[in-house]
Every structure is written in C-alpha cells, then in structure tokens.
Design a protein around this ligand. Structure first.
Ligand SMILES: Cc1cc2nc3c(=O)[nH]c(=O)nc-3n(C[C@H](O)[C@H](O)[C@H](O)COP(=O)(O)O)c2cc1C
Length: 340
C-alpha cells in the first residue's frame, strides 16, 4: 500500500523512498547527504552561507559520487546567495530547494532553464499559489513544529490550508514528523512524501559533534522552543531550538539592540545583521565545536519523540515498514466500518 501512495513523490524525486532529509546548515554535509542517498532517501545538501568556491568544491564531489538525485538548499537571504546561485546554475545538480524567503520568478525560471527542478517552502495558501505561478516544481509545507528557522503556522492548519487546496504540484510535508505511522497518515491526506530534519541529526552517520547529538537524545518536546520577537522595529525570523544559554543570550541581544536603536547608537541595518548573524555563528559553535550551552541547538519538537541514534538504513527502512503497517491497520479498520 505504501508503494501506491509513494508513487508520485518517488517518481518526482527519483529515489526509492519519498523521504527528504531537509537541508540543515552545518549538519547536512557530504557525509550525511551521501548516507541518506545510499540508503534510499532524498538528501538535501545545505548551502547555508557557504563561500561560493567551497560550495563549488562540495557540489562537484556530490555530482561525482552520488548515484541518485539530490538537492542543494540555497538560502535566498544569505549574503552569498547570488554567487551561490550562479555556481549551482552551472553544475549538474538535479534539484534546488529555496529556503529563507521565497524565490522570485526569475530565480525559479533561471534554475529551470538550467535543467533543475525547483522546490520552495509554502508558509500559507497565497504563497503556494504564487510559487506555482512562478513555475515551482514542488512545495514543502513546513509547520512551526519544525526545527531551525520557522514560520508561524502549525502543520495542522497548513495541511488544511495548502495540502487540501492545491494539487498542481507534489507537496512534501515537514515539521514534527518522527514516525512512519505519522508519515502514512500524511500521505493518506495527499502528501507526496515527507521531509524530516531532527530525525536525521540523530543518525549514526550525522557528523555533528557528539555533545550536540547527546543534547537531542535527552530533550523533551517542550524544550524545543521558538525565539520571540520583542519589537517590530527589529524583525526576527523565529528559530526553534532546544532551550539553553544561547537562546537566552539571543533574547538579551535583541533587548540590547533595541535599546541601542532607541538611543540612535546603531542603524537598523546593523542591528538586523547582528540578529541574523547570531544564529549562523552559534549553530556552527554547537554543531562543530560541541558548545551546547552557548551555541544553538536547533531542533524540532519531534526531538521529544526520538530517543535513539540509529544507523541511516535502519531509520529509513523502519519509517517505511511502520508506514506500511499503519496503512494495513487503517485498511483493516475501514473494512470493519459498515456503511449506513
Ligand atoms: C539543525 C537544523 C538546521 C536547519 N537548517 C536549515 C537550513 O539551513 N535550511 C532549511 O531549509 N531548513 C533548515 N532546517 C529545517 C529542516 O530542513 C527541516 O525542514 C526541519 O528540521 C523539519 O522539522 P523536524 O526537525 O521536526 O523534522 C534546519 C533544521 C535543523 C534541526
């Protein structure tokens, strides 16, 4: 049964399982991407704000060594975005995922003309409609339960607002997914597949610092909180991460910057840069150096559902086996219902 439901996503992505390992800055490196790919999933390499020359080297390695399709994630608001875009256009990368903000029509069309399939996040119905008009090939519907930079709307609402309303392109659903059982229900609702992040951090092949992964092992869902915005003078894209000293430091930084803005001691642009730069530096500190107190522990609420670090193959195979078992269970239940 899973095979039938998975057909559209599988055909679109060109891999065995329509399960996307979402791009995660500093985490989704060559090692993780290769592991996901070799085990039948669809990996997304994180471009983050990588210097274009380094991105080129990494992409060349992916193109040379991966046997199946994969994507590169570009953050449209990253300072290096334009240069990264040009690097990707010239490479044999089959898919591009635009993140951060929404790609312009020319961004989508430029990549499509270079032979790539494009995906973008839809944080509400009007964005889905716009992106479909721009020629996007697939959408990712990510609820606010997810880890990393997030929108404000929960998956429960987005499913009704977007998944139930649009069928023109495949829609992959993300945020809070930890089990095959959940995946089965989302696909019954019409999802072409799913995207997970936190689950893949908790894989043996993920090269994030052991302390980073250890923090995930012990976290409860309620500890994966999102950052507040104190004043619209200093807009903050919410980030979901496990509560620690870094989260508190971010709150204090915002208050301090607001004070400086009020006193005319800093420009709005400089303050905005500091807010955005905070996460880039602090995620790296946690992922690469293991600074789990001062760095950022970006994670979805799904972290509270995950209690083990497993080999990639086991993660993917279990998701699919559990999805299949759930579909059989649902079919059994449906069979026992008597139509009136
Ligand atoms: C540590 C971390 C870093 C992330 N960085 C990015 C990123 O650079 N670009 C992006 O599109 N999404 C990013 N995400 C979101 C994931 O790709 C994915 O959509 C999300 O984790 C799904 O929610 P889940 O963690 O509940 O499975 C990040 C998530 C985490 C946990």
């Amino acid at each position: 049964m899973f095979d039938a439901l998975a057909a559209r996503g599988r055909e679109f992505l060109g891999v065995r399982y329509p399960i996307i390992s979402g791009g995660m800055t500093w985490v989704s490196n060559f090692a993780l991407v290769k592991a996901v790919s070799d085990c039948g999933g669809f990996p997304v390499f994180a471009g983050g704000n990588m210097p274009p020359a380094l991105l080129e080297t990494e992409v060349d390695r992916l193109v040379a060594e991966l046997k199946h399709p994969f994507a590169v994630n570009l953050i449209t608001i990253a300072p290096n975005f334009r240069a990264q875009y040009e690097v990707l256009q010239s490479k044999k990368v089959p898919f591009v995922v635009f993140a951060g903000s929404f790609p312009r029509k020319s961004d989508v069309q430029g990549m499509k003309q270079a032979g790539k399939r494009c995906m973008a996040f839809a944080s509400e119905g009007s964005i889905a409609e716009q992106q479909i008009r721009f020629g996007i090939d697939a959408l990712i519907l990510e609820g606010s339960e997810a880890g990393g930079h997030i929108g404000h709307v929960s998956l429960m609402v987005l499913l009704q607002q977007v998944l139930f309303a649009y069928d023109a392109v495949p829609i992959f659903v993300a945020g809070g997914i930890a089990t095959g059982r959940m995946m089965a229900h989302l696909m019954l609702m019409g999802a072409a597949g799913v995207q997970l992040g936190t689950r893949f951090v908790m894989s043996e092949e993920c090269t994030a610092h052991p302390k980073f992964k250890e923090a995930f092992l012990h976290a409860h869902a309620r500890q994966a909180i999102s950052t507040p915005q104190y004043d619209s003078k200093l807009p903050v894209v919410a980030v979901r991460a496990i509560k620690n000293g870094g989260m508190e430091a971010f709150g204090k930084l915002q208050l301090e910057l607001l004070k400086q803005l009020e006193a005319g001691e800093i420009t709005r642009e400089a303050a905005q840069y500091e807010v955005e730069h905070f996460w880039v530096g602090s995620l790296r500190k946690a992922v690469e150096e293991g600074d789990v107190e001062g760095g950022s522990l970006m994670a979805g609420q799904s972290v509270g559902l995950l209690h083990d670090i497993l080999p990639m193959q086991q993660i993917l195979d279990t998701l699919v086996a559990d999805a299949e078992a759930e579909l059989q269970r649902v079919a059994g239940r449906m069979g026992t219902l008597n139509p009136v």
